[in-house]
Write a protein that binds this ligand. Sequence first.
Ligand code: AMP
Ligand code: FE
Ligand code: FE
Ligand code: ZN
Length: 283
Amino acid sequence: MGDVRIDLHAHTTASDGTTSPTELVSQAHDAGLDVVAITDHDTAVGWDEAVDAARLQGVGLVRGMEMSTRYHGMSVHLLAYLHDRDNPALVAELARTREQRAARVRAMVDKLARDYPLTWDDVVAQADGATAVLGRPHIADALVAAGIVPDRSAAFEHLVSTSGPYYVRYHPTPTDQAVALVRAAGGVPVLAHPGAESRGQILPDDAIATLVDIGLAGVEAHHRDHSPVQVARLVALASRWDLLVTGASDFHGTGKPNRLGENLTTGDVLDAIAAQGVTCVVM
Ligand code: AMP
Ligand code: FE
Ligand code: FE
Ligand code: ZN
């Protein structure tokens, strides 16, 4: 692949994005992308619709997901590309995480409801049907709908912030176990925004080294939440440990300012991912 435009991280209404999988593909087309990845949080439920849309619209599609994990108390997002979504161990672990997520959203709503006119039904109404993976963005959207905050990002500044009074933790998969699960399912594990200091504590070099030993394939170095210092650090680590370097938007539709194609991955890196994954890239 030569001069191609590839964005390997985008969310849809299957989790906390605001565009359907079909709409994601058309917006990728309009943004001049050759390839887009669908990477909803902890689910592959959007894949089939995205594949149909990609074939119809002539856009390349990478089937993926962004797994919620925890490394010694730190929240870590792990992108998984081209895995077998029916792998029983992965299916079971993701089901557990989604239950944890829903219970945690419910606990946050209970806390918020003491001070604000907000109900569980208001939050569920913001998610796309029964299959969407619930998260804080849906609470944020319900707060917007109730006129309590102007937009989703404002809710993340305080009311649903990790440092705010209504935050509740949950217990997703330990990161080392997640890397192993993704590999065992024939997928390609890549750390999502590992240098995003604005999101909280970040993984130190030795932690990334541990994950490399378990099978980590790459790092998403080019991401809007990274300072130039973090980009340089991650590119250097990747070259030292022979990791793939990706870049992506982390598009969430109108839920976040991130725009499709604002960071890109090279064709060589996509070729390497395709060579390691068990699911093909739709071209
Ligand atoms: P949760 O996964 O439930 O802890 O919620 C955090 C998620 O909210 C992350 O994946 C963020 O990408 C996502 N998110 C969506 N929209 C926003 C926003 N406007 N500001 C901050 N985070 C957001
Ligand atoms: Fe998200
Ligand atoms: Fe993320
Ligand atoms: Zn993401």
